[in-house]
Design a protein around this ligand. Sequence first.
Ligand code: SF4
Length: 239
Amino acid sequence: MDTDDLRKSYIEIVASVREYMEEQLRLGFLETELREPEKKLPYADFDLPNLTADAESCTKCPLHETRNSVVFGVGDTSADLMFIGEAPGADEDKQGEPFVGRAGQLLTQIIEAGMKLKRSDVYIANVLKCRPPGNRNPASDEVETCSPYLIRQIELIQPKVIVALGSFAAQMLLGTKTGITRLRGEFHDCQVAGLNFPPHKKPPVVMPTYHPAYLLRNPNAKRDVWEDIQQVMAFLTDG
Ligand code: SF4
């Protein structure tokens, strides 16, 4: 065999090996071996106490300069149901607990009078852990910087359902720009990139609904929220 023949055979062998590998990959047999390993998110090895401690001293975005407290989250750390809002307001910033102002009292009513649960039976958190000054909307870079805390919180709590309160939470969890009016009323798969659930656990479904602060301004929307919450209750009972 001369050099040209050898080269030809070599090219044929490489081509057939590549074809074989691509077929195996397509069938899913070589997924773990050949695909790029997913990037580990920050805090992937943190437990809840470590994560809380890290957030409480966080200075990763400018909101740390104006906050009084880091509002990490509250409730049952193995709850099936998690409520996620946008960011702490003035009362939350003072008390260090999410949803304690007027909007928070309405959320507590929904949980206790509506769902017949205790507030302490669910877990409540926000996308941002520090208050944006003057209750302005969260900036996209603040959401990006802070969201790894929330992602790890979700991984550790492993809820079955997340109720996303308002556009910001819904859009962050669903990776969309669609508004809350179009998103609410039905369950969606959680689309948080890199969310890592153990293989025996289904990732949570997300029910977007109006934020309680919106309900204070638009009491007619309470009926819609109640419909959404009833779907959540049925899901938790059936599943
Ligand atoms: S909002 Fe989040 S990222 Fe910004 S300082 Fe607070 S904890 Fe850190």
